[in-house]
Write a protein that binds this ligand. Structure first.
Ligand SMILES: *Cc1c(COP(=O)(O)O)cnc(C)c1O
Length: 396
């Protein structure tokens, strides 16, 4: 595989040169004031990306999965009831983690390709008169199926039911790519990692806790040690960590948040939408369909593309790697072998996206699928060209 080619897996993403340099640094004394100059701007930057004034941010050496564990173990007690929907591999795994921690999970089963069913949640929450449900879990962007769910609608479901449950959101493949409004949506715990919207190598779990979530921490009885945010909060107050901090990755996070804010969050979201729409036009020009059931569910960070029945979608991923040195994402869980995924998040330009679309086209033609070379590329080019000229017109 050529390391010159961009990758099109839905995380880890391509790493911009600036961030590769930011994570390549000499050792500093992490107990010196120098460390605070990395830590605090990184935490402040995350707050801005999450659009929160109220939340407290914690960053652990871990991954998004560790962020899930931080969320549940700091707030919940054994046998606590949790409401969740299973609509893809990532929601499935978070539910599985809750069960393994002895939580009582009420699972709403959704077709893979559907989003979080806010209306069904509202019915369940309204019926829960004694408020046994302590937490509602929602996966903002289901990376396995390329489905984006409406978190504001989940908040409305809680509010309409006048239910006090906390709202935990997995934003691992959405935060830093499309709009996330922690305070406005009343998100109590937001979870992400370093290797998706923040464009860094993997290695950080990034979580935000609302004041309401923080208030639940003392009463929570699930065992926690490494992920205890109380220890982390004490560390932060003294410019440090309760253990050795991942200094270089935190320096990367400081730089990544500054990059996103300098581009402007609205511009970052518009770029993801434009690139994603080009990919979607290509998919449609190929005569193929997305796994996501309806346009309002289409993800701007990953497209899961359904292959014709009887065709093993894994062959696309294997052949792309063998023949062209390009990585696409395989199908996971219930859609393994049925979809392949084009990741289009993080550090990506229209021009890079065109190379991925062109590669997917060559691969499909090589494998005998009825796709015309150039068809998807042309559809995406037309979209990118129009968007580019309208940007320039606006500037003029
Ligand atoms: C990638 C991802 C995760 C898991 O994160 P890891 O960093 O691999 O632990 C969780 N949720 C979603 C939606 C993801 O895309």
């Amino acid at each position: 595989m050529s390391t010159q080619n961009p990758i099109f897996i839905p995380g880890p993403t391509n790493i911009p040169e600036v961030l590769r340099k930011a994570v390549d640094m000499p050792t500093i004394d992490h107990r010196s004031p120098l460390f605070g100059k990395i830590l605090h701007p990184a935490l402040d930057g995350v707050k801005k990306v999450l659009k929160t004034r109220e939340a407290q941010i914690f960053v652990f050496p871990s991954t998004g999965t560790g962020g899930w564990e931080t969320a549940i173990t700091n707030v919940l007690s054994p046998n606590d009831k949790v409401l969740a929907c299973r609509n893809g591999m990532f929601s499935h795994r978070w539910i599985d983690m809750c069960k393994r921690h002895g939580l009582d999970v009420q699972v709403v089963m959704q077709e893979w390709g559907e989003g979080v069913p806010a209306e069904r949640f509202e019915e369940i929450l309204t019926a829960d008169k004694s408020h046994e449900i302590k937490v509602v879990l929602a996966t903002h962007n289901e990376t396995a199926t390329g489905v984006r769910s409406d978190i504001a609608a989940v908040r409305r479901a809680l509010d309409n039911a006048k239910h006090p449950a906390l709202l935990f959101v997995d934003g691992v493949s959405s935060i830093g790519c499309y709009d996330f409004r922690m305070d406005e949506w009343g998100v109590d715990v937001a979870v992400t990692g370093s290797q998706k919207g923040f464009m860094l190598p993997p290695g950080l779990a990034i979580v935000g806790f609302s004041p309401k979530a923080l208030a639940a921490v003392e009463g929570a009885k699930l065992p926690r040690t490494f992920f205890d945010i109380r220890d982390m909060a004490k560390g932060y107050a003294a410019n440090g960590y309760p253990f050795t901090p991942p200094v270089a990755l935190l320096n990367g996070l400081k730089t990544a948040t500054a990059m996103l804010l300098e581009e402007g969050l609205d511009n970052v979201f518009a770029r993801h939408n434009r690139i994603a729409e080009g990919v979607r036009r290509a998919v449609s020009a190929w005569g193929l369909k997305l796994c996501a059931a309806r346009p309002e569910l289409y993800s701007d960070t990953v497209s899961a593309i359904l292959m014709p029945q009887g065709f093993d979608a894994n062959k696309i991923v294997a052949h792309a790697l063998d023949a062209y040195g390009v990585a696409f994402g395989t199908g996971l869980g219930d859609v393994a072998g049925k979809v392949f995924r084009i990741g289009h998040l993080g550090s990506l330009t229209d021009v890079m996206a065109l190379s991925g679309i062109a590669t997917a086209e060559m691969v499909m033609v090589d494998l005998g699928l009825p796709v015309t070379l150039g068809s998807g590329v042309a559809a995406a080019q037309e979209h990118y060209r129009q968007k580019a000229s309208s940007t320039q017109k606006n500037a003029a």
